[in-house]
Design a protein around this ligand. Structure first.
Ligand SMILES: C[S@@+](CC[C@H](N)C(=O)[O-])C[C@H]1O[C@@H](n2cnc3c(N)ncnc32)[C@H](O)[C@@H]1O
Length: 401
């Protein structure tokens, strides 16, 4: 950093006076505008960490109102445009960064052609080929706005939507700060979230000991942070807690299927089983048969990965293929016999198939497994246990019919 700063000294000036000038100048002033692009790293790409984007999409589409998402530290804008493409027409995205030059590139919305490679085929219609590269189509561009903001200064943050942001992505920027400042930034960001809003960091970034944030598991291997739930939120409700099945990994909303999006599946060749799974999720509504084929491929290559077999089983069940789900979930339990989530879904798939006696046995097994997991506040174990009890009674009744 010091070397880079030294390298930015204009001809005729010395380092000391240059540093004095920087210290006195606003971060948006001309001296900083010259320095920041040389010291900051705008490394980013379209659809970076797609699992995070897909699970965010599953959350956002459950909401009745438009979504508001903030791509904090958006660099040259790829993250903001990916969010807008993935989250659909009802979502507005604001991208912010410290570097005006990066923001200028983001607002221009033109990128070298090689950036196309990381855009899933299903979303490529939002981008158009132009001479020398790709450009964001106006419709998509219209849902994204860019503005300058410094993460360390809440006064510079974009205007908070009513109720707060549904999601804030602050990925791969915290490494610029020392730990105390990092925690401070996270506290600031937490205040900007809506009650149900989520904060994503880069998958390799972790925070602990910040009372304003609690870790939330959105899907296998996908984590976000949320403001802690206030106990009063459950008061005043006379409805008993409903027993629910654990949330599916990715729910593909109908909106995404509109417009005849095409996907030729060619990118899946040579993909890892997890990539196949993500591609299959994106295809579930558009082309369920292709999704099933990809899931079959993922299962064949999943080897001993119990979580992957579980996710394949879950996807097959969503696609109305309980027999294939049973196969995948049995494999998951073979490699990880304590995976209660797999047992729970297996029982459900057997139930779907009308195999009530087997389903009853697996629900009972799930309850035994769940007994060890109910202390984890992040897990759905308690609700699953209630569902198991209910289903066992139904299995017994249905066997008697
Ligand atoms: C490596 S890029 C990450 C881009 C994108 N979030 C991603 O994960 O692909 C880090 C960005 O953080 C920005 N940044 C660094 N310090 C910042 C600050 N104090 N306020 C806002 N942005 C900052 C940099 O300008 C850079 O564009």
């Amino acid at each position: 950093m010091a070397q880079r700063l030294a390298g930015s000294v204009p001809p005729g000036a010395d380092l000391g006076s240059w540093l004095t000038l920087l210290a006195s100048e606003d971060l948006r002033g001309p001296a900083w505008c010259a320095v920041l692009p040389t010291v900051l790293v705008p490394r980013t790409e379209f659809f970076r960490y797609p699992e995070q984007l897909l699970s965010l999409r599953a959350r956002i589409f459950k909401r009745p109102r438009p979504g508001h998402v903030w791509s904090a530290a958006c660099a040259t804008g790829e993250e903001a445009f990916s969010l807008a493409a993935c989250l659909g027409e009802d979502t507005r995205v604001v991208g912010t960064d410290l570097c005006q030059e990066f923001l200028g590139l983001a607002a221009a919305g033109r990128y070298p052609r090689r950036r196309f490679d990381s855009i899933p085929l299903v979303y490529r219609r939002e981008f158009q080929e132009v001479a020398g590269g790709i450009a964001i189509r106006p419709k998509l561009h219209g849902r994204v706005r860019f503005q300058w903001s410094d993460l360390t200064d809440p006064a510079s943050y974009p205007e908070r939507p009513r109720g707060g942001w549904d999601a804030i992505l602050c990925r791969n920027a915290l490494f610029y700060f020392e730990p105390r400042r990092r925690r401070e930034v996270l506290r600031f960001l937490a205040r900007e979230l809506s009650k149900e809003g989520v904060l994503f960091l880069g998958p390799a970034e972790q925070v602990t000991g910040i009372g304003e944030l609690r870790l939330l598991r959105l899907a296998e291997g996908v984590y976000a942070y949320q403001r802690p739930r206030r106990p009063e939120s459950s008061l005043g409700s006379s409805e008993p807690a409903k027993a629910v099945e654990p949330e599916p990994l990715f729910q593909i909303p109908p909106q995404v299927a509109e417009g005849g999006a095409s996907w030729d599946g060619s990118t899946s060749e040579g993909g890892s089983p997890r990539e196949l799974l993500v591609e299959a999720a994106a295809l579930e509504l558009d082309d369920p048969e292709a999704a099933k084929a990809l899931l079959g491929q993922a299962a064949a290559e999943a080897d001993l990965d119990a979580n992957l077999h579980w996710e394949v089983g879950r996807a097959f069940r969503r696609l109305g293929e309980p027999a294939l789900a049973v196969e995948a979930l049995r494999r998951a339990l073979l490699f990880s016999p304590d995976l209660w989530e797999a047992a729970f879904l297996l029982a459900g798939a057997l139930f779907d198939l009308g195999r009530y006696r087997e389903a009853q046995g697996v629900y009972e097994r799930t309850r035994r497994l769940v007994a060890g997991a109910t202390s984890d506040p992040e897990s759905n174990a308690r609700e699953a246990d209630a569902t198991c009890r209910d289903r066992i009674a139904r299995c017994i009744a249905l066997q008697g019919d």
